[in-house]
Ligand binder design. Structure first.
Ligand SMILES: Cc1cc2nc3c(=O)[nH]c(=O)nc-3n(C[C@H](O)[C@H](O)[C@H](O)COP(=O)(O)OP(=O)(O)OC[C@H]3O[C@@H](n4cnc5c(N)ncnc54)[C@H](O)[C@@H]3O)c2cc1C
Ligand SMILES: *[C@@H]1O[C@H](CO)[C@@H](O)[C@H](O)[C@H]1NC(C)=O
Ligand SMILES: *[C@@H]1O[C@H](CO)[C@@H](O)[C@H](O)[C@H]1NC(C)=O
Ligand SMILES: *[C@@H]1O[C@H](CO)[C@@H](O)[C@H](O)[C@H]1NC(C)=O
Ligand SMILES: *[C@@H]1O[C@H](CO)[C@@H](O)[C@H](O)[C@H]1NC(C)=O
Length: 385
């Protein structure tokens, strides 16, 4: 089945509106999107809705979804990447909304009963009141960290930041002993996937995703997998047949190895020797891939130096006039610029480019939209309208 009629009509109407509304010709630029995870699929959808037809998606893997993917163990579906959806907050999570629409089976993760479920190393449960007091201390510790993060993020804080562990030291309540460490693991390490000595306080607390979408976590337990959420979006604009995407604009098993940018075009080479030309490229690969040597940028990206392999850092060097300009603006503005700044014809999207919800499926989702000027791809769409 091709895309449904209503979708086509909507796209045409929208396109027409854009054209007449802006009194400029429809976008004729060609765009290559690298990566078909949540952010790449959303970027393609956004381009489609803005009237771009000439785009292709190059994906290294043999499937879409990226870090949202399932595996099989003894005939059972096991999520290998993203597992939880969130709700209960003042805003609704786009990933969770789609999951509800397609009736994805989810289980509420009831953390409310944890104090009756923590076991001692030598066997047997901890007494409920003992665990409850450990949680009370942990709650105060988190609250202190959140308060401190807000101070550091205000003007008064300047450029200062510390680790989560640093804030625990200041609070004079560093988790010690198996119970406190287990509770702290649950509060911090588990969520950040990094130990507290590494995670930045300012970039972690308050957890904006939980503040906005809620702390109620739902574990995806559906044989179709979490990836169905990404498929649902892809099927809205890519032609497909029996749940298989047949749209020639999606090209799987194409590992990009070189992005060569000249004044008026970008030339992309994949591992199998295919060569693609486009006016613009949207790179959605993870920070880890960007830091590796997998993709060679010609000319070299001036902003992403691989100085600190293994660390979650993007190293930025600016010189001359640019350094004076940066010096005069707030650190917050500079950070935002780093995340959204295109490099000539190369734009970036991906979970890591939306610092509000970074590390989550919803962050990847929003990074592929062009809605607000702070979105990383906004300038590209801005060109067309
Ligand atoms: C174990 C784990 C658990 C998680 N749990 C949760 C959770 O419970 N809830 C939640 O919201 N989030 C969770 N996340 C985070 C979430 O999965 C990611 O933030 C999100 O899926 C990232 O999407 P993305 O499009 O930015 O990147 P990706 O999904 O990584 O997409 C990038 C794509 O680029 C492709 N690619 C890479 N290099 C190349 C190349 N050279 N050429 C062509 N293609 C290339 C990759 O194959 C990939 O498909 C979890 C992540 C992991 C790893
Ligand atoms: C809480 O956990 C205890 C111990 O495992 C169990 O007996 C009890 O039924 C649980 N209560 C709820 C509401 O799940
Ligand atoms: C955090 O700030 C609030 C509001 O100022 C205050 O009431 C609370 O006591 C602070 N908590 C900690 C643990 O410092
Ligand atoms: C990059 O592309 C230009 C043409 O635009 C070509 O002359 C040059 O050799 C290419 N460089 C590499 C390293 O592929
Ligand atoms: C992340 O996405 C949300 C929703 O579009 C947006 O409000 C926010 O500004 C984005 N954050 C950044 C840092 O781009």
């Amino acid at each position: 089945m091709k895309v449904s009629c209503s979708v086509v009509v909507f796209a045409l109407v929208f396109h027409f509106f854009l054209v007449t509304g802006s009194r400029s010709p429809p976008p004729s630029d060609s765009v290559i999107i690298i990566g078909a995870g949540m952010s790449g699929i959303m970027a393609a959808k956004t381009l489609e809705e803005a009237g771009y037809k000439d785009y292709i998606i190059l994906e290294a893997d043999s499937r879409i979804g990226g870090r949202v993917h399932k595996g099989q163990v003894d005939g059972n579906t096991v999520e290998m990447g993203a597992n939880w959806l969130f709700s209960g907050g003042p805003k609704s999570s786009p990933a969770h909304e789609i999951a509800k629409k397609i009736k994805l089976r989810t289980l509420y993760s009831d953390y409310g009963n944890l104090s009756s479920n923590i076991y001692k190393q030598g066997g047997g449960l901890y007494e409920k009141h003992v665990v409850e007091s450990a949680f009370k201390v942990a709650d105060a510790r988190q609250e202190f960290g959140t308060n401190l993060s807000k101070i550091l993020s205000s003007k008064k804080g300047g450029d200062d930041d510390i680790s989560i562990l640093g804030s625990q030291r200041l609070f004079k309540q560093v988790p010690k002993g198996p119970l406190d460490l287990a509770v702290d693991y649950f509060y911090n390490d588990f969520e950040e996937a990094e130990p507290t000595r590494i995670s930045s306080l300012k970039n972690t607390f308050p957890r904006q995703l939980m503040e906005d979408f809620g702390e109620d976590s739902y574990f995806v337990a559906d044989p179709r997998g979490f990836e169905t959420v990404v498929h649902y979006i892809a099927n809205q604009f890519l032609s497909h047949n029996n749940n298989k995407i047949t749209d020639p604009r999606l090209q799987l098993k194409k590992t990009v190895r070189k992005i060569n940018q000249s004044k008026n075009k970008v030339i992309i080479t994949t591992e199998d020797g295919s060569v693609y030309h486009a006016n613009y490229v949207i790179v959605t690969v993870s920070v880890g891939v960007l830091q590796s040597d997998l993709i060679g940028f010609v000319p070299r990206l001036p902003h992403l130096e691989n100085e600190l392999p293994g660390e979650n850092m993007i190293f930025v060097t600016v010189t001359d006039e640019e350094s004076r300009r940066i010096e005069q603006q707030s650190e917050k503005k500079t950070k935002a610029e780093i995340m959204q700044q295109p490099f000539g014809r190369i734009y970036f999207a991906g979970e890591h480019t939306n610092s509000t919800y970074l590390g989550y499926v919803d962050g990847a989702y929003f990074s592929g939209t062009f809605r607000s000027p702070s979105d990383s791809l906004y300038p590209l769409l801005g060109r067309a309208t």
